[in-house]
Design a protein around this ligand. Structure first.
Ligand code: FAD
Length: 367
């Protein structure tokens, strides 16, 4: 018997927003997740008062007032502003590339001085038709910024030489000729006070949820429970990999608790050098201006993805895009299944974008 209107596979932001909207519209939902917790990749683990971003550092930012108001229904946000720093060959630089970075690189104090150096370097080292990421970066920012802050970091991140990576990975390089270390340009930014779990709990209030349930281990029985399915898992898995695997880049997180108040003085410190295997260290308490006597740090190691590992970043080359299009063609023919979220759409989405996408799909479905 169909007990529910919607079976929602995956309790990440997409699944939770859809479930919330459907419930508000009077529908009955069951949300399942194969992990032992709800929240998907925004889930935080509380370590004696510090919210540890278990699946990578998450900073909420948006220009969209509607999305900002939407998340603020569930949690108040603090005024955290993301201002990462990067360490390269023992020296520390501000990000994103701005007047502070240029001062640290060249001692320049005015925009004109910095612009002149960048312009000359682009002229000397740039390419008219960049064929790979290295050529693209040299053409956009010049040699010094590229070699000090981009090259080795990007090679670690993707596990490939910059000359073997496609140019389109770097479309634009944000350069600011002001002394402004705010990483994002968006109007609204912050971290939910109490962590992202507060938003997830608010979205799922009054909705039945079951964790430790993999849809594919009991697909037939679970499918019979609801009139429709909202599927937010991997699209290739849904179709039993019939056109082959979609590829991802994975990450490994190494958490350490330290019995001291402050380890690195900033939430995000990037490590550019190729001989250091991790790309960054996150010190979670700084997202929330924590005053605890202990701290928790996470080293982030990029890794080759295999089916057993968490799928983090889609590898957007032609081969994967062609495969995805084949899966998508099947998915649009389904009558009772809605596909949504980063894994079902094989796409990198920021949180505000995934919320907008879920709201839009819910509106279309429920109206
Ligand atoms: P997910 O959160 O991945 O949820 C999918 C859920 O489906 C998972 O819980 C999974 O367990 C479940 N599932 C999958 N298959 C099955 C199955 N067969 N049966 C049952 N359950 C299943 N965004 C920002 O805006 N700011 C940031 O700073 C930021 N940082 C990020 C850092 C990293 C390292 C990464 C990878 C992403 C970051 N993002 C950031 C993006 C953000 O994580 C996503 O936008 C958001 O989590 C996507 O939500 P989702 O619901 O699509 O997917």
């Amino acid at each position: 018997m169909q007990k529910y209107d919607y079976l929602i596979v995956g309790s990440g932001l997409f699944g939770c927003v859809f479930a919330h909207e459907a419930t508000k519209a009077g529908k009955k939902c069951l949300v399942i997740d194969k992990r032992n917790h709800v929240g998907g990749n925004v889930y935080c683990e509380n370590v004696d008062g510090i919210n540890v971003h278990k699946y990578g550092a998450h900073i909420f930012h948006t220009n969209d007032k509607v999305i900002w108001d939407y998340v603020n229904q569930f949690a108040e946000f603090n005024n955290y502003v993301n201002s990462p720093v990067s360490i390269s060959k023992g020296k520390l630089y501000n990000l994103p590339f701005n007047m502070n970075t240029f001062y640290q690189l060249w001692g320049t104090k005015t925009p004109d001085e910095a612009k002149k150096i960048i312009k000359n370097q682009i002229k000397e080292h740039g390419f008219e038709n960049p064929k790979n990421l290295e050529e693209q970066a040299l053409s956009l920012i010049g040699k010094d910024v590229y070699e000090t802050l981009i090259k080795e970091y990007t090679e670690k991140q993707w596990g490939k030489k910059a000359t073997e990576l496609p140019a389109f990975i770097i479309k634009r390089l944000p350069v600011r000729y002001t002394f402004n270390n705010n990483y994002f340009n968006d109007k609204y930014q912050g971290i939910p006070i109490g962590g992202y779990n507060k938003i997830i709990d608010g979205l799922l209030k009054g909705i039945e949820t079951k964790t430790n349930i993999d849809f594919f281990e009991n697909k037939e029985e679970l499918s019979k429970l609801a009139s429709k399915i909202v599927y937010t898992g991997k699209i290739d898995e849904f179709y039993n990999y019939k056109f082959g695997n979609l590829e991802y880049r994975s990450l490994r997180f190494e958490n350490t608790r330290l019995e001291k108040e402050n380890h690195q003085g900033n939430a995000v410190v990037n490590y550019n050098d190729g001989n250091i295997p991790y790309t960054r260290i996150i010190e979670h308490k700084h997202f929330e201006f924590g005053k605890q006597k202990h701290t928790v740090i996470t080293k982030e190691f990029p890794e080759q993805w295999t089916k057993e590992k968490e799928a983090y970043y889609p590898i957007n080359n032609d081969e994967n895009q062609n495969k995805y299009q084949q899966y998508k063609a099947l998915s649009v023919q389904e009558n009772n299944i809605i596909f949504g979220g980063r894994l079902a759409e094989y796409k990198y989405y920021d949180m505000h974008q995934i919320i907008a996408s879920a709201l839009q799909k819910a509106k279309k479905e429920l109206s």
